[in-house]
Design a protein around this ligand. Structure first.
Ligand code: FES
Length: 158
């Protein structure tokens, strides 16, 4: 990893944006990486913009992930604010990580973890959809600490 990229990641994780559970989220998505076993949960709140479009008001995240995943999630949650669902869905992991610069091949899956959680939140699939409303999903750690076996649904994204 280049020194420049490492510095941008370090800067992003010194003051991560939008980290933490969102109490009044409209949607939530959780994914695990088959590459490394890390996990990321993203909460999304929508609003109507001045043109009457449904757009992302804000997004927050929690992760059991590496520094790159934290940095990408931090910049991604800033990038997607104000975008429609379609616009956000059109963004790849590389797009979401763009403020950090190009990621090396061994770190691309970290951005894909963020992309997967965002997609899971924006387009819940039956397997990914929480069995309770988004505001009742709780934090990522609570999912493991308090949930009986079989109650946590994790969707591995390729
Ligand atoms: Fe697992 Fe980066 S190594 S998300």
């Amino acid at each position: 990893m280049s020194d420049d990229l490492q510095q941008r990641i370090q800067n992003a994780i010194k003051n991560p944006q939008n980290i933490g559970e969102m109490e009044n989220a409209d949607s939530v998505g959780t994914v695990g990486s088959p590459e490394c076993g890390d996990m990321l949960r993203m909460w999304v709140k929508f609003k109507e913009d001045a043109n009457g479009r449904k757009v992302i008001d804000r997004a927050t995240f929690q992760t059991f992930g590496c520094e790159t995943a934290i940095a990408v999630a931090s910049v991604a949650t800033e990038l997607i604010a104000g975008k429609t669902v379609e616009e956000a869905l059109s963004m790849s992991g590389s797009d979401l990580a763009a403020p950090l610069g190009a990621l090396p091949p061994m770190k691309i899956h970290c951005a894909q973890l963020v992309e997967g959680a965002l997609r899971s939140a924006l387009v819940p699939t039956p397997a990914a959809a929480p069995s309770v409303p988004a505001q009742k999903t709780g934090s990522l750690i609570e999912s493991f600490a308090g949930a009986p076996a079989g109650k946590v649904k994790v969707v591995l994204k390729p």
